[in-house]
Design a protein around this ligand. Structure first.
Ligand SMILES: C[S@@+](CC[C@H](N)C(=O)[O-])C[C@H]1O[C@@H](n2cnc3c(N)ncnc32)[C@H](O)[C@@H]1O
Length: 279
């Protein structure tokens, strides 16, 4: 585990948050595997996140439920493949084992080696996986070598990734995917603020986001103040866009979010989901 870098280490923190879900009064999902990837350090970071900005771990819960719904709906609508891009310890390949869709995973080598070893200890096989930095690898061909069909309708889950990436890498990466794959939707979470220039509308937002970065031990160099770039500089249509806190009612936690102070709710408007559809 020593060669897992600070971005890879964030995957353990997300697993620690998911591992606590069954103890919540109103669980939003069931991930019985998450505890395999949780540890004392990751639990301590999750506590620091709660201390830095209390809704932050709740928003990870919301996003887990949201991306699972994206996969469920996408498969019901005909998707035949799902790629967990920067998937970390996402166990949806196993949670959706009964579906007709084929799952593929992609993450840094050290993260996936740890995952494969942990799954093996528990008698589970790792799905077809590309062990690579996806910004440097030829993702469509690398996946094709594992049996991926570049023409089949595909869902890409890009959860908890965009904020960690170099800003200039995102559009070229998406354009490379779109050149090689004709039918896919990609869902991701993002911060709706120009983090490249740290252009915050108010100091509270800046302080909260920077406190969350510090707790995570990784910086957030990228945000998107405007999603039009994906329609103007890449061949996508924005199919969905919204803030996670607005899902509270639908997820049965409307009262919890309604009780947040107004200024917390303002900051939460910055944490959003988006689905892009290849045109
Ligand atoms: C916050 S974790 C999220 C993991 C998972 N998607 C989830 O929500 O549980 C971020 C993950 O993205 C991976 N990642 C970030 N940038 C990457 C890159 N350029 N290539 C491969 N993996 C990357 C990290 O290694 C880490 O596992």
């Amino acid at each position: 585990m020593t060669d897992i870098n600070e971005i890879g280490a964030t995957a353990f923190v997300i697993a620690a948050i998911r591992a606590g879900e069954s103890e919540k009064p109103q669980p939003l999902f069931d991930d019985p595997y998450a505890r395999w990837f949780s540890n004392d350090r990751a639990r301590a970071v999750a506590e620091q996140l709660d201390a830095a900005f209390p809704p932050s771990t709740s928003m990870v819960r919301f996003r887990t439920r949201y991306f699972t719904r994206f996969v469920e709906r996408g498969i019901a609508a005909g998707a035949r493949q799902v790629v967990l891009l920067g998937g970390g310890f996402d166990m949806r390949a196993h949670l959706f084992a009964d579906s007709d869709a084929r799952f593929f995973e992609l993450d840094q080598q050290a993260v996936l080696e740890f995952k494969r070893a942990t799954l093996a200890e528990n008698g589970i096989e790792q799905p077809p996986s590309l062990f690579a930095n996806y910004l440097e690898a030829d993702v469509p061909n690398g996946l094709a070598d594992l049996g991926f069909d570049r023409a089949a309708p595909t869902l890409m889950v890009w959860e908890g990734n965009t904020m960690y990436l170099p800003p200039e890498s995102i559009l070229p990466f998406l354009n490379r995917l779109a050149e090689a794959m004709t039918s896919f939707r990609i869902a991701f979470d993002y911060f709706a603020v120009d983090l490249q220039s740290r252009d915050f509308e108010n100091e509270e937002d800046r302080r909260r986001l920077e406190d969350v970065e510090r707790a995570m031990g990784a910086s957030f160099p990228t945000g998107f103040a405007d999603l039009k770039v994906f329609e103007e500089q890449a061949p996508f249509r924005v199919a969905e866009d919204g803030s996670f806190d607005n899902l509270a009612e639908e997820f049965g936690l409307g009262e919890m979010v309604a009780a947040y102070p107004e200024d917390w709710r303002e900051t939460l408007k910055l944490y959003r989901y988006c689905v892009l559809e290849r045109r």
